[in-house]
Write a protein that binds this ligand. Sequence first.
Ligand SMILES: [Zn+2]
Length: 67
Amino acid sequence: MPRRGLMFKACRKCHFLVDFDSPVCPNCGSKDFSDDWRGLVIILDLSSETAKILEKVKPGKYAIEVY
Ligand SMILES: [Zn+2]
């Protein structure tokens, strides 16, 4: 079980949160994941201020910090 990541692991490259059984990040294609992450932001609308601040390119769930 993840220590504090609910049921997701976070991509170390782009912070995208993916299901534990996903082998690659659907956002950037990286296979480098961490189950040690904190904070969750959900990007629904890429024109939102949050998306601009975080420089995210794909709607979805992101970890704010990944260790
Ligand atoms: Zn990624």
